[in-house]
Design a protein around this ligand. Structure first.
Ligand SMILES: [Cu+2]
Length: 191
């Protein structure tokens, strides 16, 4: 059998080769390198322990320091009740002059001039001879429709006659006797 012969020859050749191999002298074959033991699989990373709580402790917002209570405003000192000026006053025209020469009335108060002297007396606002110091007054208005509202008698008062005027303007208003300018005085009008 041809096929068996070939197979046999190959087997012999193989054996011969093996003997040749074994007869070779040389350094012993290096043993296969021993692979280092496989590293153990790394342990899974240890998860850091979860924070105890995601919620931070709620710190109450600091309360702003309470402002010190404002000091109570001191009650205004009660002024002693000033004596109110009267609403009326009377001035007498005498041979020596006006008596009293100065009076004080409340705003809107009325002052009455009475002539006690033998000679006529003409009370009027300063300033002689125009009589225009008191607002709205003036000798030029005597004899006009405005006469009733001005600080001016507009005539000499006979003995026993009188002239009255209500003061609505606050201030110190001087007056005089137009027929005897050396006689004068003042009316103070208070609020
Ligand atoms: Cu005058």
């Amino acid at each position: 059998m041809k096929f068996s012969s070939i197979f046999l020859l190959l087997g012999i050749a193989f054996l011969l080769a093996g003997c040749t191999q074994t007869q070779t002298y040389g350094p012993p074959a290096q043993p296969p390198a021993v692979e280092p033991p496989a590293l153990e699989p790394a342990a899974p990373p240890v998860q850091p322990p979860a924070e105890p709580s995601a919620q931070k402790p709620v710190v109450p917002p600091a309360q702003p320091p309470a402002e010190p209570p404002a000091p109570e405003p001191e009650a205004p000192a009660v002024e002693p009740a000033a004596e109110e000026a009267p609403l009326e006053a009377t001035i007498h025209a005498t041979e020596a002059g006006f008596e009293p020469a100065t009076v004080t009335v409340k705003k809107g108060g009325k002052v009455t001039w009475v002539n006690d002297a033998d000679a006529p007396s003409w009370p009027a606002s300063a300033k002689h001879p125009t009589h225009t110091v008191y607002p709205g007054s003036g000798i030029t208005q005597c004899g006009t429709d405005q006469q009733a509202g001005i600080f001016d008698a507009c005539k000499g008062l006979a003995q026993g006659e009188s002239f009255a005027f209500a003061f609505n303007e606050v201030g110190k208003w001087f007056f005089h006797d137009h027929l005897n300018p050396s006689h004068f005085g003042s009316v103070t009008v208070e609020e």
